[in-house]
Structures are given as structure tokens and as C-alpha cells.
Design a protein around this ligand. Sequence first.
Ligand SMILES: [Zn+2]
Length: 271
Amino acid sequence: MSLRFVPLAAALACAACAELGVVGDGTTVSVGAASDGFLVDGTELPDRGVGYVVPARWRARGSQWGTDELVGLIEHTGARLAAELPGATLGVADLSRAGGGLGPHHRSHQTGRDVDLLFFVTDRRGRSVVLEEMRHFGEDGTTVDGGPPLRFDVARTWVLVRTLITDRDVAIDHLFIFAPLRSLLLDHARATGEPEALVAWAGELLSQPGDSAPHDDHLHVRIRCPRGDAACLDGSRARVKKPAALLPAHLVEQLTARPIVGAPWLHGPRW
Ligand SMILES: [Zn+2]
């Protein structure tokens, strides 16, 4: 049993933690809500791995701590993107601080279940550009912040979304993004013949938060509470069930290919 990364006050205030399932299972433990909680025995994401990199600005912050599930998701996603999008590198910004809790840059990101991902972008001639900084994009998917003009790469960012939401091991809770960019992604997915169930599921998870920045400069990923983290609190929003969770693994692969007809387990798209 280890409480290495529990802030002292939290540890003292947490005499009942064993009862709550906070400690003692030998893995990372996410405690509380994303905007009011902490992280026990977090795992640190390496600065770079297959298909991803943490740019210097975020490396300097030391906020690369997450649950095993979140860190695993980033690593799987990088590896899958490297296979599907040769040459693409996913930029990873903040996860949580060691031990979680409130930090200077985010209201959420407190429990090791949030990560900010940089968009895939191109220059005006369509050449891939790897971002070192977040850039703000407008409704038409071009930059609006006065820097060198860039374009939101809808096709490759859609592959990122698809990769995240079809991860076999980790359930996504939310993908926060500026509403017009969300529409570009979903329109692209439909136009390229992605399975209806997959597009519907993406539409369910992608949203612009109503109570924080519009997320016109990054994709904010929040995963569901890991199984066994009994004191972890998911949001209360009612959800349809992940289609993949109802399917055997080989069919999950097919779901990400095409075509598949019908989506009886979904209530239908809601974007
Ligand atoms: Zn964010």
C-alpha cells in the first residue's frame, strides 16, 4: 500500500480511504471528480513514444501524470496513429500534476483522467505541420490568432478521434472541442462513409463545454472512471452505451472499418 503521491492534507483527510477503495490495489487510483479530486500513485507519461511527443512547453510544466488507463490510452493511440498515418506525430499537452489536484492551468485535470491533445494541422498548401504551441481556429477551420496561417486538418484529426473512441481498453467520457470544429469532423466522417454507429458515437462524445474555454485550440480528452477506482466520480450526464462494449473484439475492428449498417444500440445521432 502506498500513498506516495497523495497530498498530505488529502491523506490526513482520508482516514476512510481504504473503505472508499482509494488505496491498496497496486495501480493508479483516480479519486473524486475531474474538477475536485486527486490522483494516487499516478503514472508519468514519457516525453515521447511511438507516434506522440510532449512539446517543450508542456514538458517544462511536469504535468504528465495520469492513471494507468489514461497513459495507456495515449500510448495505444500514438502507436495506432503511427500505423495509420505514417509520419504524423500527436502532440500531447497537460495531463495532471503529480498527485493531481488543482493546478495553475486548469480547473479540471485533477484526477489523472484528462489530457489535452494538439490538433493535426496543415499549412495553407496542405503540408503537415507539427505544432509546438496551441493555435486558435475559427469556424472555417483556419487560424484566427494572427500567427502564421494554418488549417485544421479535419481528416487526420478525425482519425485521432476515431482511434480514441475505439480503444478496446479505455472508455472515453468526453471529447471537448469547439462546436464548429466538431461539425467539421462529423461532416467529414459522414462524407467519407464511416459507419453510422461510429459517427453517432463520436457525436455523442464530442461537445463544446458550456462552462470553460471553447476548446478552439485543442482536443480535451476525459476518460471514464477506471474500474475498481471506487471513489472516482464520473459526471452525471446520462449516456448511451458504447457500441463496442457490446461487441466481441473482432467486430470492434469491423466497426472501425466499413461498411456497417444500422446501429440499434444507439438512440441515434444527437449533434
Ligand atoms: Zn482542455
